[in-house]
Design a protein around this ligand. Structure first.
Ligand code: G
Ligand code: G
Ligand code: NA
Ligand code: MN
Length: 251
């Protein structure tokens, strides 16, 4: 119920906060976009989405939460874009129950209309897509029709991933950070990532590698032809003002 209050009636001691983490093109050293990552401030404690998103799902709050995040992120984008000095991709995370929310596609259309020269990306994990049903397929099509671009998040951690890329209207995928962690030490992981880079290029999909922590990882990925990266090496997820400062630093 504290979470319900944070969503519906926030107070300084109990509220959600949007953080932003950039994605970087290491070839050009330009920031390509920002991902909105939400935190819950509760009695001086900072609760992460791994904890509160499942809670929100259980209590039927995740759709309201998702709409608020989307609206708030669109409102934050002008400050981020000004700091970057060029158009940005805005990425927000979508969880499974949101796909069945009839308010989502119209909200996406409004967000796209309000983004100016930006582009809206909706990230969803493979677990969101596990339901191989018509309702899911129609919901995804509606989001694309509303002007959203769909990305598979945490790619390589779920099941039947290639099936989604084959049948669903995704335009990009994000290689899960568990791959990057072993990219320098495990030859098989390195070969798999190299294969994914080739797959993306051949099929015409965008690819972001997440969890880039070290310069060695960044250089290796760049040599593989995977320039779009996200990770602590480049910038951490930060509240709006600090993210704005990061974008100025990375400019
Ligand atoms: O920022 P952090 O690494 O703790 O995020 C963990 C996961 O939580 C991310 O992979 C992201 O997909 C998810 N997440 C972050 N913000 C949101 C949100 O607003 N809605 C949903 N559904 N998931 C989110
Ligand atoms: O679930 P999703 O992949 O959308 O969320 C990304 C999460 O990964 C964020 O919560 C963020 O805090 C975390 N993250 C981002 N970059 C790095 C990184 O370089 N290393 C690690 N360990 N975590 C990261
Ligand atoms: Na994500
Ligand atoms: Mn991810």
């Amino acid at each position: 119920e504290a979470l319900r209050a944070a969503v519906c009636a926030p107070t300084p001691g109990n509220h959600l906060e949007r953080h932003y983490q950039p994605t970087v093109d290491v070839e050009s050293l330009a920031v390509t976009g920002v991902e909105c990552l939400v935190r819950w401030h509760r009695d001086g404690r900072l609760v992460g989405p791994e904890e509160f998103v499942p809670l929100a799902e259980r209590h039927g709050l995740v759709s309201d939460l998702g709409l608020l995040v989307l609206e708030g992120a669109v409102a934050d984008l002008p400050a981020l874009r000004a700091a970057a000095g060029h158009p940005l991709v805005l990425a927000v995370n979508v969880s499974a129950p949101q796909l069945q929310d009839p308010r989502l596609a119209p909200a996406v259309a409004r967000a796209v209309a309000g983004l100016g020269d930006g582009r809206l990306v909706l990230e969803m994990t493979e677990s969101v897509l596990v339901a191989e049903d018509d309702a899911t397929a129609q919901a995804l099509d509606a989001l694309v029709a509303a002007g959203g671009h769909l990305t598979v998040d945490d790619f390589g951690t779920g099941y039947a991933t290639l099936a989604y890329l084959r049948r669903r209207p995704f335009s990009a995928f994000k290689v899960d950070r568990s791959y990057v962690r072993e990219i320098e030490t495990d030859p098989r992981t390195r070969a798999l990532v190299e294969g994914l880079v080739l797959l993306a290029a051949t099929v015409g999909l965008g690819l972001v590698v997440e969890g880039v922590d070290t310069q060695g990882q960044a250089d290796l990925l760049q040599r593989m032809g995977a320039p779009t990266q996200q990770g602590y090496l480049h910038a951490r997820p930060q509240p709006l003002e600090a993210a704005v400062a990061d974008l100025r630093r990375l400019r």
